[in-house]
Ligand binder design. Structure first.
Ligand SMILES: [Zn+2]
Length: 283
């Protein structure tokens, strides 16, 4: 394990583990699962999978994961993991929202491109009702004459400022899933994209990503790994999500550059938060 750590490209990670290294304790098992127990002040390791690796982890990956939890605990205040007080969970949520927004934007744009101005007007009137936005309803109403009698083009009806502004609000609401035709499609589209981007990648490459996704979405990710979403549905869910991310990152940084790339790809802000955090904790 120390050799793996020596090869870790992150100086802060090396410093952090040497700072707390002498406090790390483990009991080995020949079977069963691996976990950190803050109450016992030690880590339980399934020696074979923790050291040799598995479908899900590179060699030593699981050990770095569990010791990552322990370092996180030791660096905390004795009542909470250090990561729980960082901005990690907020950053994960922001990254996830941004990812979903990008997918929503594409899907809604494609829908709108296929919509006649007549139907767009109708949809806006309906949305105006639903959102209790009288200005949107009115703008749609006002466009009625032009659209019905001349089939005015999209650019033409957008010339009206009130309509343009109402359209912007409609578009935002549609991307947020408030439009009948977009809600389910966005949800499906997001997971489809997640799956497409993971295609051909190994479980050890995307396993950590999958776990973070389940915490972020509260759903089973289609990538097929990680804690059940219910694991995160508890009173201390924020702390659990924070320390899981911390542990996944320790695993990735020390043993699994491909997993590190995957986590950075979807959760760049959270990865940055983690790196800043270990920089502070390593001092
Ligand atoms: Zn864990």
């Amino acid at each position: 394990m120390s050799e793996t750590l020596e090869n870790c490209p992150s100086e802060d990670m090396r410093a952090l583990f040497s700072k707390y290294g002498f406090k790390l304790k483990a009991v080995g098992h020949s079977g069963g699962r691996s976990y950190h127990s803050s109450a016992e002040g030690q880590v339980h390791l399934n020696v074979r999978t923790a050291l040799a690796g598995s479908e899900l982890h590179e060699p030593y990956g699981l050990a770095f994961h569990e010791f990552g939890h322990m370092v996180d605990w030791l660096a905390g205040d004795g009542a909470m993991y250090a990561s729980a007080k960082s901005g990690i969970v907020k950053a994960i949520d922001a990254d996830w929202a941004k990812y979903k927004a990008k997918v929503a934007d594409k899907l809604v744009s494609a829908h709108l491109a296929n919509l006649s101005t007549r139907d767009l007007r109708k949809e806006m009137r309906r949305m105006g009702n639903e959102l209790s936005d009288p200005a949107m309803k009115e703008a749609a109403q006002k466009a009625r004459h032009r659209v019905i009698h001349g089939e005015a083009s999209f650019a033409e009806i957008m010339e009206d400022r009130a309509f343009g502004e109402a359209f912007d609000r409609f578009y935002e609401a549609a991307k947020a899933g408030r439009w009948d035709v977009s809600k389910e499609e966005i949800e499906r589209g997001v997971w489809e994209r997640v799956r497409a981007e993971a295609e051909g990648k190994s479980l050890s490459q995307i396993g950590s990503l999958s776990d973070v996704l389940q915490g972020a979405s509260g759903e089973c990710s289609p990538l097929g790994a990680g804690h059940e979403p219910d694991y995160f549905k508890c009173e201390d869910w924020r702390e659990k999500r924070a320390t899981e991310f911390f542990a996944e990152m320790c695993d990735a940084l020390a043993t699994n550059p491909k997993s590190y790339r995957e986590l950075s790809r979807m959760f760049p802000t959270a990865v940055k938060e983690f790196e800043e955090l270990i920089g502070r904790l390593a001092k």
